[in-house]
Design a protein around this ligand. Structure first.
Ligand code: AHG
Ligand code: MN
Ligand code: MN
Length: 332
C-alpha cells in the first residue's frame, strides 16, 4: 500500500487543484511539526508535570496549565521565523503576536488554540490543538489587528490535532477533509482517511448536561426530545457523549456522526467557545465533511467577528440534526 505523507498530500493538492501554494504548504508543515512536539510532551503525562497549574489566568480569565503555556510557546517559536505569517492570535495571548522585525513577513494569519481540553490534562483524557489560517487582506507589512476580523468563510485552511491513544491530524484546505495518523517511528503524519464524511443523521448528541437549568427553550426542547427516545416525537433512542475536549468530540462526530452543542445559555450569555480559533476552524472542517455548523440561528462561517477572543454559541455535526436545532431556534 502506498503511504501518503502530509507533504505528499499537500503537493498533490497543489498539482491537481492549485489549492496549496508552497508558502501555505510550508505553514501547514510547520504547524504539524509543532503538533508533533506537543504530542510528545503530552504523552509524557505526569513525568512532564503536564497537568500542573502555572498560577496565572489567561485572557479568558481561565487558570493556565503548564502545558497551555508550553504548547503556545512551541507554536510561536515554530511559526515566527519561516516567513509565511504576518501575525498570530492565540487563546493564550491577550494581544496578537506580530512577527519580529528580524524575520520576513508573509501573507498569512494564524489563529490557534494551543491546547484544547486542558481540564482533561491531569486525567489522561485526549486533548488537542486547533488552528485556522486566514489571508492578510491588505498590506501585511503595515499590520493592523483588524486584519484578523474576517468571517470564517474566508479561511484558507483549518485543522486540529487530537493527542489521544493515537495522534491524529485532521485537515481541510477547502477541498474536503482528510485525516493523518502520526507514525512515531518515522516521525511523519501518514494519510489514514482520505475523505472524511459526516453522516446526515445520527442518534448521538454531545452537550454538557450540567448546564441544563440555564438552557434556552429551543435547546431544552431539542434535548428533551432526544432523551424521550423511542417513546417521544423522534421515535428513536439517542445516546450521549461528552468528552469536554472539543477536539475529541468533533473527531468522534467526523468518524461516525453526531451533534455537538455548546449553546449560549443564561450563564454563558455569549456562548462558551471562542469564535476565531475554536468555532470557525471546526465549522469549516465540519462543513467540508458534509455537516453543518450554526450558532443556533446563523451559519458560523458567515458571522462577522468583532473581537479576537469573542465567544459564540456552537451547534455542529450531522446536517439534519443541526438544521433541526436551528429550526427550533427560529420557531422561538
Ligand atoms: P480550552 O481547554 O481550550 O479552554 O477548551 C475547552 C472547551 C472545549 O474543548 C470543550 O468542549 C469545552 O470547553 C468543555 O467545557 P465544559 O468544561 O463546560 O464541559
Ligand atoms: Mn479550547
Ligand atoms: Mn485551550
Amino acid at each position: 500500500m502506498r503511504r501518503v505523507t502530509l507533504t505528499q498530500y499537500l503537493i498533490e493538492q497543489q498539482r491537481q487543484y492549485g489549492k496549496v501554494s508552497p508558502e501555505l504548504r510550508l505553514l501547514i508543515e510547520v504547524i504539524a511539526r509543532a503538533c508533533k512536539a506537543i504530542s510528545h510532551t503530552v504523552s509524557k503525562g505526569p513525568l512532564a508535570g503536564i497537568g500542573d497549574a502555572v498560577g496565572l489566568d489567561n485572557v479568558q480569565g481561565e487558570a493556565q496549565k503548564k502545558l497551555d503555556v508550553i504548547a503556545n510557546e512551541v507554536l510561536v517559536e515554530a511559526n515566527e521565523w519561516g516567513g509565511q505569517l504576518a501575525a498570530m492570535v492565540s487563546e493564550e495571548m491577550a494581544e496578537p503576536y506580530q512577527i519580529p522585525n528580524r524575520y520576513p513577513k508573509g501573507e498569512f494569519l494564524l489563529l490557534y488554540d494551543p491546547l484544547d481540553g486542558s481540564s482533561n490534562l491531569d486525567v489522561n483524557i485526549s486533548v488537542g490543538t486547533i488552528f485556522s489560517v486566514l489571508r492578510c487582506p491588505t498590506n501585511c507589512s503595515d499590520f493592523d489587528y483588524k486584519a484578523f476580523l474576517q468571517p470564517g468563510a474566508r479561511q484558507v485552511a483549518a485543522g486540529f490535532a487530537v493527542y489521544g491513544s493515537a495522534t491524529i491530524l485532521v485537515l481541510t484546505v477547502g477541498n474536503g477533509v482528510v485525516g493523518f495518523t502520526l507514525d512515531r517511528e518515522m516521525g511523519s503524519f501518514v494519510l489514514t482517511d482520505e475523505r472524511i464524511v459526516i453522516p446526515d443523521d445520527t442518534q448521538e448528541f454531545a452537550i454538557n448536561a450540567s448546564n441544563a437549568r440555564n438552557w434556552h427553550p429551543p435547546v431544552k426542547r431539542y434535548i428533551d426530545e432526544c432523551l424521550a427516545g423511542k417513546s417521544g416525537p423522534r421515535d428513536k433512542d439517542f445516546n450521549m457523549r461528552w468528552v469536554a475536549s472539543m477536539v475529541a468530540d468533533v473527531y468522534r462526530i467526523l468518524c461516525r456522526g453526531g451533534v455537538f452543542l455548546y449553546p449560549k445559555d443564561a450563564k454563558h450569555k455569549e456562548g462558551r467557545l471562542r469564535l476565531m480559533y475554536e468555532a470557525n476552524p471546526m465549522a469549516f472542517i465540519v462543513e467540508q465533511a458534509g455537516g453543518a455548523a450554526t450558532d443556533g440561528r446563523q451559519r458560523i462561517l458567515d458571522l462577522q467577528p468583532t473581537a479576537l477572543h469573542q465567544r459564540v454559541g456552537v451547534v455542529l455535526g450531522s446536517k439534519n440534526e443541526v438544521e433541526r436545532v436551528t429550526r427550533y431556534h427560529a420557531e422561538g
